[in-house]
Design a protein around this ligand. Structure first.
Ligand code: IVH
Length: 594
């Protein structure tokens, strides 16, 4: 999911095979398992645990130091993903009073919160949507950049000691308690059950918890607790005979498809959404599910009026699993843009259908709203409703028009008074001195989110320098992959983009990086900063002055050349005024640097 997957991980032979589990699907099969166990080792205690739906990994420690992490692979050998597992915060890097060798088994997973964040980020940036937390975790662990694993909020639950020296345990639960004391993130709960009836009760309880957990589980695991009894029971080539996995049926509901809505996103992609009669899943009522693209519609052979089976991926995002009863023809994606009526295109190697009309109002409204949004240019008062009115009135046709808006343009809008017009004009003016990353993110370039925009600002002096770089140069930046760099370069080279950047420069928008800009323009000049500046902290403004050769002073005197004053500036400002020293606002300071 996003970024470049690495296919070149080193092979790791597992010292202790990483066995799988035999699945059972009914309570009767649990009683059969109990019978087999008692026939071999007599009455026994079970440990009942959630079966985490993630990826099985092994973590190895030598003298308490985390030395290697690997995937399960085929159980005999897997792949070395040490760097990615190292990047997961809850994986202990050093253990206190540790045995000389320890190998534990864990499930790497993506918590629901992280999955939701990744899904929304990808939706926002036009990236590939992750199918479920398990796939997202797998994709993240296969990245060459370990930062991705940590930024995507992956986590692990440890559930087994594979190998330990200098220590002996009698039961599995004892090992889990010890692992906890060593700082491992052990399974969130595990219950000792004295009989199979108690174990079944716990399996049912875990089943009812499913919808309210913060991570996906796909079953419960019932294990013989005594380690010596486990040894007697042994294993088959693939699975231990002392444990079984009870698989819960996925919570799915049938419902009637009322409509398929097709919306046009910021990048022109047409996204179909199924609208159905509301059903309750994982505790909430759902009535819509993204159908992703034309290929998915054809795979499902879904049409309006069909009875569809719905479930929640990661217990959060509703998805259509299949059609239970076909009542109509498979839905056909429109060949005209539902917003502007222009022809749509599907590129040979893409699943998406796009409206490529640069003047499509749906795209324009989304683009402009995105540009003004909080994480981008943060223009308060320029939300979707106002943007829509300004597009309809003809005052906004492109991003750069925002800076040409007049007070009268705003006052001509329905329900727009003097105060709102002044506030919006001020917010637009203020946005001109924003950090460069906000502008870059605001452009809404496919795959370039806030993080990538910040990296670009950090690595280059200004927007012109970024525009002059090649894909190869840009993907040297740690955290920016080739596909992202290609998307950025394509965007910056488009004639409309060049035109827009020229117009934004003329309007006085900041194109300069605040983190790396440097010159000797302020050589020999002394500055004093006072008050609260609109977008920068005083420290950031001070760094900017110093990077450009200026000196900072904490008090105003005849030797002071400039005082940069923000809101609530006090005695320093009064003194500067009385000494006739030049007083600058934050945007005037940035203007001087340009
Ligand atoms: S015990 C020898 N316990 O399920 C140990 N596995 O379908 C055998 N899993 O590959 C596994 N939660 O990655 C065990 N509490 C749990 C588990 C668990 C998730 C995974 C594990 C295994 C897969 C088998």
């Amino acid at each position: 999911v996003g970024g470049v997957a690495l296919n070149t991980f080193e092979k790791v032979a597992h010292t202790v095979p990483m066995l799988s589990l035999q699945d059972v699907f009914s309570i009767d099969e649990l009683f059969d398992f109990d019978r087999r166990v008692r026939e071999t080792v007599g009455d026994c205690v079970y440990s009942v645990e959630p079966k985490i739906d993630g990826l099985s990994v092994s973590l190895e420690y030598e003298n308490g130091v985390f030395t290697r992490g690997s995937t399960r692979g085929d159980g005999q050998s897997g792949e070395d993903i040490t760097a990615n597992l190292y990047a997961i915060r809850s994986v202990p890097k050093k253990l206190e009073n540790a045995p000389s060798r320890l190998e534990v088994r864990a499930e790497a997973y993506m918590p629901h919160k992280s999955f939701e964040r990744l899904f929304n980020e990808q939706l926002e940036n036009g990236g590939k949507l992750p199918k479920n937390p398990r796939n997202a975790a797998a994709g993240s662990l296969r990245q060459k950049n370990p930062k991705i694993a940590s930024e995507r909020g992956l986590d692990v639950f440890v559930f087994n000691v594979q190998l330990v020296t200098d220590k002996s345990f009698e039961s599995h639960i004892e090992t889990l308690d010890w692992l906890k004391s060593q700082g491992f993130n052990v399974l969130p709960f595990y219950k000792k059950s004295n009989t199979i009836d108690e174990a079944v009760e716990e399996v049912n309880r875990i089943g009812t918890l499913r919808g309210s957990l913060e991570f996906d589980i796909d079953g419960a695991v019932i294990k013989v607790d005594s380690l010596s009894k486990r040894e007697i029971m042994g294993s088959t080539e693939k699975c231990p005979k002392w444990a079984v996995a009870f698989k819960y049926p996925p919570e799915e509901k049938e419902t009637k498809l009322l409509d398929i809505e097709v919306s046009v996103g910021r990048t022109g992609v047409l996204t179909p959404t199924a609208v159905f009669e509301p059903v309750t899943l994982a505790g909430t009522s759902v009535s819509r599910a993204v159908l992703h693209n034309e290929d998915n519609i054809n795979r499902l052979k879904i049409g309006i009026g069909d009875i569809a089976v719905i479930r929640k991926a990661g217990e959060i995002i509703p998805e259509v699993v299949k059609v239970a009863k076909h009542n109509s023809e498979t839905f056909k994606m429109p060949d005209k843009c539902p917003s502007c009526g222009a022809d749509v295109v599907r590129e040979a190697d893409e699943a998406a259908i796009r409206c490529v009309n640069p003047e499509c109002p749906a795209q324009l409204i989304r683009n402009l709203t995105h540009f003004a949004s909080r994480d981008a240019m943060d223009i308060e008062g320029l939300g979707e409703a106002v943007v829509e009115k300004l597009v309809q009135s003809g005052s906004l046709r492109k991003i750069e028009d925002i800076y040409l808006l007049t007070r009268d343009d705003l006052l001509s809008l329905d329900k727009f008074g003097d105060k709102s017009a002044d506030n919006l004009m001020n917010a637009i003016e203020k946005s001109k001195s924003n950090e460069l990353y906000r502008l870059i993110f605001g452009f809404g370039i496919r795959l370039i989110g806030v993080k990538a925009a910040k990296l670009l600002e950090k690595n280059y002096q200004n927007l012109d320098e970024i525009s002059s770089k090649s894909v190869e140069e840009i993907c040297q930046i740690d955290g920016i992959g080739e596909v992202m760099a290609q998307s950025l370069c394509n965007y910056l080279k488009m004639p409309q983009t060049v035109e827009m950047i020229t117009a934004l420069k003329q309007s006085g928008d900041n194109m300069q990086s605040t983190s790396t800009a440097s010159s000797n323009i302020f050589d020999g000049k002394t500055f004093v900063l006072t008050g609260t500046l609109p977008t920068m902290t005083r420290k950031e403004a001070g760094d900017l002055i110093e990077q450009n050769g200026g000196k900072l002073s904490s008090s105003v005197s005849k030797k002071t050349d400039y005082v940069v004053a923000g809101e609530s500036a006090g005695s320093k400002l009064t003194k500067a005024q009385s000494l006739g020293i030049a007083i600058l606002t934050e945007s005037e300071l940035i203007e001087m640097l340009k």
